[in-house]
Design a protein around this ligand. Structure first.
Ligand code: PLP
Length: 362
């Protein structure tokens, strides 16, 4: 028997969340962002739920090819563009749209001399200072791209540094000023822009985390009013129970001490499954639907929980590490990270099951 841990993927939740993103940015076309293997969900598993998207965005060439091979005929965007000469050929053969953030990428495209022009998203660094041309360079970059061999349609793209904290105007002002005389579609918004910044919607939006029911800010309370559904449930079972007396401790480093007699449950899930080791005592978790808390250190293969609120819990009781009941953002905040990281860090050893009941609604 395998250990009783399973990650359930709910494609119907992704379909539902995509619909919400569409409604929020109703005038825009939507790139569904599925980088990092669909934020750890598995592109193939959620692919059937993406048909309402106008395009699929990611950054791994192999993932782009996988999406084409699944039968996707609409645009596919490589968010970091191409890296090597050979990539231009792949982009041409599979009809990929590529981000262009520096002259070297334009040179790669021109040097490959593609028979079919490649559509690009010309990227401005409007303040993030990661990828892109500065606002001062942007007009020249656009002129160069426009006359560059092998380049097709040009969309103007930028990315926000703190849309989740409510600040995008400083970047949009720079972007708008530097592009006011340049034609073409615009693409600015990540999930935070989609939810919170109408001004940033433009012709295209690029939601990622909201498709999976996560909060762009990492705080569950910020999306409390948005009816998103969790697209991943990490589920396990209680495999051991201990009764501790006052002053007994649990686990490595003895970080939790009982102040009275209490029952604790041992759950088959640890940091080698992708559960954050930094989650301290008090991190939310549910047993048979009842919310409780972790106690003590998370170990490699197990973690321990307080069974005080769940007196009927036994070995074999179902535990939700995160999902619909336990918000992944709450687990993440408790551990000092964001839901994005937990989704992406789901370990390969965890068996994954597509929620087939969910699929029936597709
Ligand atoms: C990851 C990414 C997105 C999506 O971001 P979310 O915060 O997950 O919505 C959008 N645009 C670019 C360029 C990205 O890299």
């Amino acid at each position: 028997m395998p250990r009783p841990i399973t990650a359930y993927i709910h494609p119907e939740a992704v379909r539902h969340n995509l619909q919400i993103a569409r409604q929020k940015a109703s005038g825009s076309r939507v790139w569904a962002v599925v980088k990092a293997n669909a934020y750890g969900h598995g592109i193939e598993r959620i692919y059937p739920a993406l048909d309402a998207a106008d395009g699929i965005a990611l950054l791994d060439l192999d993932e782009a090819v996988r999406v084409r091979e699944l039968g996707w005929e609409k645009p596919i965007l490589l968010l970091e563009g191409i890296f090597k000469q050979n990539d231009v050929k792949t982009a041409e053969v599979f009809g990929l749209t590529v981000a262009v953030h520096c002259d070297e990428q334009l040179e790669l495209i021109a040097a490959a001399n593609p028979a079919r022009c490649i559509d690009i998203n010309l990227k401005m660094n409007s303040g993030m200072n990661r990828l892109g041309y500065t606002p001062q360079e942007f007009g020249r970059a656009w002129q160069r791209a426009r006359t560059s061999d092998g380049v097709g349609a040009i969309t103007l793209m930028s990315h926000f540094a703190n849309a989740d904290e409510g600040e995008v105007d400083w970047q949009m002002d720079r972007f708008d000023a530097a592009t006011k005389d340049i034609p073409g579609d615009r693409s600015l918004s990540n999930s935070a822009g989609v939810l919170w910044h109408k001004r940033a919607h433009r012709e295209w939006v690029r939601p990622g985390i909201v498709l999976y029911g996560g909060s762009p800010s990492g705080r569950a309370c910020d999306i409390a009013e948005v009816p998103l559904r969790a697209s991943m449930t990490l589920s396990s079972e209680i495999i051991g129970i201990q009764t501790m007396q006052a002053n007994d401790t649990v686990g490595y480093a003895r970080t939790f001490t009982a102040d009275r007699e209490m029952r604790i449950g041992v759950v088959a899930c640890g940091y080698a499954d992708g559960y954050p080791r930094h989650a301290p005592t008090g991190t939310p978790i549910a047993v048979d639907g009842i919310l409780t808390r972790t106690v003590g250190r998370v170990s490699m293969d197990m973690l321990t929980i307080d069974l005080t609120p769940c007196p009927s819990a036994t070995i074999g009781s179902k535990v939700e590490l995160w999902g619909e009941r336990v918000k992944i953002d709450d687990v993440a905040s408790s551990a000092g990270t964001i839901g994005y990281e937990l989704m992406c860090a789901l370990a390969p050893r965890v068996p994954v099951s597509v929620d087939s009941q969910d699929l029936r609604f597709l």
